[in-house]
Design a protein around this ligand. Structure first.
Ligand SMILES: *[C@@H]1O[C@H](CO)[C@@H](O)[C@H](O)[C@H]1NC(C)=O
Ligand SMILES: *[C@@H]1O[C@H](CO)[C@@H](O)[C@H](O)[C@H]1NC(C)=O
Length: 399
């Protein structure tokens, strides 16, 4: 009964959204969930700093101060936020892995936390999760952006899904740097994953943050470097921020996609210009120096995974695996989270093998052997990207 009630409250929240803006909905976990608000400078060498609390306005009586939680940034810095989940019982002085779990279009950090149930995976396996929040107001089912104050966002993953070329890669780099400075993170075991727009973004992170992460697991999102249709994009994302995927290091990829997905269709979408899953996987095989012939390593009535792990000639020392898991489940029109661990039961695919445990086991097989986030590399890479893309928007201004 309580479970039912709690699920209906969550459904109501997802539909009405208003109830999740200022407070983090309690996910069923035992650790600590905190919202961080950071000021991100346009200067790539300046670290993220926590935003400062805005004093209560004089006209607001003190007994109403509980309604006042606003923080701000100065110097034209951009305010960005994320939810950090730290499980209980981490051993002091031990560095643990970090998973960055990126939300979908028209969602936010808290919804991703509830929807994927990854806090529980962190509890069971002792790692930290950070759920970054997008910046652009999501353009949803119409051509118009979400109304002001509605906490539904998107990430600029290149061809999808931002109406401005916001520097989200810059934000994610500084967020991870902040996590490394403030928590005991094993910098060789930082991973990226995400759903839908977050899956597109996970692909972009694998392309542009291969000096930071050790492996990436996009769900229902493809590598989408440029929006190429001549017609205006139906959601207004036209030419948000084209990029070229040219990672410095090989990043192992686990791509999970539902064959029945109606939102990010398996075979691509003419309307939105989305490439197909096989195009996206083909690109990764090339980028990762593995052969096009894979082997089925897991198969049952709902799921089939194919692993591409054989290096091409002469690349035995410079390759990474690509794995594609295809699910057949019609929940949520096929646009669902794999496995049934999340708490948004109505958005879960009905398979039970390729799930959070599977994603985590994939991550644990991979480790990066180089040190920390490199500010210098960040600066150079961003200059290159700026040169390539022409311009980047930072906090509403063009750089
Ligand atoms: C996080 O680390 C930064 C240094 O990069 C420091 O300025 C900041 O105060 C730390 N924040 C917290 C909450 O400890
Ligand atoms: C994932 O699936 C495996 C195999 O069915 C199962 O043992 C495991 O408990 C599942 N994990 C979660 C988080 O549901």
């Amino acid at each position: 009964m309580f479970k039912l009630l709690s699920i209906s409250i969550k459904i109501a929240c997802i539909l009405l959204v208003g109830c999740i803006h200022s407070s983090v909905v309690e996910a069923s976990n035992s650790g600590d969930s905190n919202q961080v608000e950071l000021c991100i400078s346009a200067d790539p060498n300046k670290k993220a700093t926590p935003s400062i609390r805005v004093p209560r306005p004089f006209w607001l009586p003190s007994w109403m101060s509980w309604t006042w939680t606003e923080t701000k940034c100065t110097n034209g810095d951009m305010k960005r936020s994320a939810i950090v989940y730290v499980p209980n019982g981490l051993e002091e002085g031990t560095n643990v892995p970090l998973v960055m779990n990126i939300h979908a279009l028209g969602a936010n950090a808290n919804l991703q936390q509830i929807f994927t149930g990854f806090d529980k995976t962190a509890d069971d396996n002792k790692f930290i999760v950070v759920y970054p929040e997008g910046f652009s107001k999501a353009r949803m089912w119409t051509r118009y952006p979400a109304p002001p104050g509605v906490p539904l966002y998107s990430f600029n993953a290149g061809g999808c899904c931002s109406d401005k070329p916001i520097d989200d890669i810059g934000f994610l780099r500084k967020l991870i740097e902040y996590m490394e400075d403030n928590y005991s993170i094993d910098s060789e075991r930082i991973y990226a994953m995400g759903m839908s727009n977050g899956g597109f973004m996970t692909n972009r992170v694998a392309c542009e943050m291969s000096d930071v992460i050790a492996a990436a697991a996009p769900v229902a999102g493809v590598l989408f470097e440029s929006y190429s249709l001549k017609t205006p994009h139906p959601m207004g994302w036209t030419k948000a921020d084209d990029f070229v995927c040219a990672p410095e290091n090989r990043i192992p990829i686990l791509h999970i996609h539902n064959k029945m997905d109606k939102t990010v269709p398996f075979d691509g979408s003419q309307d939105f210009g989305f490439p197909s899953v096989s195009e996206s996987i083909g690109k990764w095989r090339k980028l990762n120096n593995v052969k096009d012939t894979g082997k089925v390593d897991k198969k049952n009535s709902i799921t089939e995974c194919t692993l591409y792990s054989e290096p091409v000639e002469g690349k035995d020392d410079d390759f990474a695996t690509v794995e594609l898991c295809v699910i057949n489940s019609y929940e949520a029109r096929g646009h669902c989270w794999p496995g049934q661990a999340g708490q948004g039961a109505f958005l879960q695919c009905l398979n039970d093998d390729v799930n959070n445990t599977y994603i985590w086991q994939f991550f644990t097989q991979h480790k990066r052997d180089e040190g920390k986030v490199k500010a210098e590399f960040f600066a150079n890479e961003r200059d290159e990207r700026k040169a390539k893309a022409g311009k980047t928007v930072f906090g509403g201004e063009e750089l």
